[in-house]
Structure formats: C-alpha cells, structure tokens
Ligand binder design. Structure first.
Ligand code: NAP
Length: 240
C-alpha cells in the first residue's frame, strides 16, 4: 500500500453483505472510519458490530441508493458528521432477469435505478465531501458483464453505463485530486442469485475478502495517478 488508509473516511454502499461487507471489514482493519450503507438495518448493524468488535470504527445509515431523496438525506448526514469523504466505494448492486424477453419495464427501472442511478446519486450527493478530501478515491464496482455484455439488458446496460459514469467522475474529479476507478470482477462467492456459498473451489469463484484486498490496494494507490480499470477473474475462468 502506498497511501495510508488509517484515519480516512470511507463510505461503502451495499456494506452489509458480500463484497461490500468484505471491503468494509478490510478498510476498517486498516484504520478507516467506515460509513456503511444498505437498505436493511439488521445486517448493517451486524456488520458494524463485527467491525467494532475488531477494534474498528463504523457508522451506519439505512439508505436505498436508488431513492434520490434517501441519498440526499444520507449524504447530508455524512457531510454534517464527517465533512470530507476520502474513499467512496459504489458497490451496491442487484442482479437482473437473464434475458431480454424476461425483462419487463419494472425490472429494467429497478436494476438501472440501483446499479447505475444509485452510483450517480450517491457520488453527486457526496461531491462536496469528496472535493473537501485531500485526494479522494471513488471505486465503482462493475462486473465482467460491463465489458462483454451478455443476455441481460438491464444488468449489462447498467454496468456498461457505469463505465461511462466512471470516466465522467474521473474527468470532473481531476481538478480536485479525485480519482475514479472501475473494477470488473468475475464470479465471487457471495451467494449471488441464491448460489450456495463455500461450495465452489476458489479457482472458480473468488473469495470476496481477497477481492476486497484488491479494492483496498486501489484505494491506497499513489495520488499522482489513477488506476482507470481493473479486471479480476477466477483462475479457471480467464477473461471472456
Ligand atoms: N457476486 C458476484 O459474482 C458478482 C460478480 C460481478 C460483479 N458483482 C457486483 O459486485 C457488487 C456486490 O455484489 P455482491 O455479490 O457482494 O452482492 P450481495 O452479496 O447481494 O450484497 C449486496 C449488498 O448491497 C445492498 N443493496 C442492495 N440493493 C441496495 C440498494 N438499493 N441500496 C443500498 N444497498 C443495497 C445489500 O443490502 P440490502 O439488501 O439490505 O440493501 C447488500 O449489502 C454488485 O455491484 C454486483 O453487481 C458481483
């Protein structure tokens, strides 16, 4: 790690499960004050308690990132409490119907709302906090579907859109030392789409804790350059 995470304020969306939870635990272990967002309170509280039990710092906000009013209120609370935000991990995401004909308007709106609009809302609402930081890092969690598409219009569309949004954030941020990185992970062992956890070998389904280590390295990369993109795939399923 090049830059210390210690003492930084790190906002993580979707922090109560899967990759977001693993990132929260990792950044807290490195000394960040973690700010955890998700819709449901109980899993969020459990995650915060696990962080505090390990000596880390965590503050929770229940927030649906697809709801602009909730995001505004949450961001205002974060700004009041912390002022600056050094690290923003836009991780909250949901799966989508797998095919074009299975995708109705409601599913489209929901998936685009969480996976794409949610990233814009949260980043935009926290912009002044990111500008206030010395050198903020925004890490957007996509997926390899954001590179190769696939059968799901809503999922692929949301993740392809996220690439455009990532670069718009980087462009707007450069004058303020804000860097934006988009991470494209392949399959992770998070129970995505109800898959059983812990059954596949690591070479087929990545441990979210190991992917979280990479996220922490990205957040701690030297402020003089930006890592634009990173693609991570399980060993047995190299890209494409
Ligand atoms: N797992 C994979 O194989 C895989 C592969 C490639 C990319 N990804 C991407 O990686 C990211 C994390 O995936 P994951 O597998 O870790 O997911 P996960 O285990 O299902 O966890 C999702 C987290 O996001 C929260 N969340 C969901 N909708 C939300 C909303 N509208 N507002 C705020 N929080 C919300 C959930 O809590 P609540 O339900 O309480 O809100 C939970 O904390 C996603 O962006 C996903 O697209 C995953």
């Amino acid at each position: 790690m090049h830059t210390s995470i210690k003492g930084k304020t790190a906002v993580i969306s979707g922090a109560s499960h899967g990759l977001g939870q693993a990132v929260a635990l990792k950044l807290a272990a490195l000394g960040a004050h973690t700010v955890l967002l998700a819709r449901r309170l109980d899993p969020l509280t459990d995650t915060a308690e696990a962080i505090r039990a390990g000596g880390g710092k965590a503050t929770t906000y229940t927030c649906d990132v697809s709801d602009s009013a909730q995001v505004r209120a949450t961001a205002a609370g974060i700004q009041d409490k912390f002022g600056a935000v050094d690290i923003l991990i836009n991780n909250a995401g949901i799966p989508a119907p797998r095919s074009f004909v299975e995708t109705d308007f409601a599913a489209w709106d929901e998936v685009i709302g969480v996976n794409l609009s949610g990233v814009f809302y949260l980043t935009r609402a926290l912009w002044d906090c990111l500008v206030s930081a010395e050198s903020a890092s925004v890490i957007n969690i996509s997926g390899t579907a954001g590179l190769r598409g696939g059968g799901s219009p809503a999922y692929g569309g949301s993740k392809f859109g996220l690439t455009g949004l990532n670069y718009a954030i980087a462009e707007a941020g450069k004058a303020h030392g804000i860097r934006a990185t988009i991470l494209y992970p392949g399959g992770m062992d998070t129970g995505w789409r109800g898959a059983p956890i812990g059954e596949l070998p690591r070479s087929q389904s990545m441990d979210p804790a190991v992917v979280a280590d990479m996220v922490a390295h990205l957040a701690a990369s030297p402020p003089e350059f930006v890592v634009n993109e990173a693609v991570l795939n399980p060993l047995d399923h190299p890209f494409m």
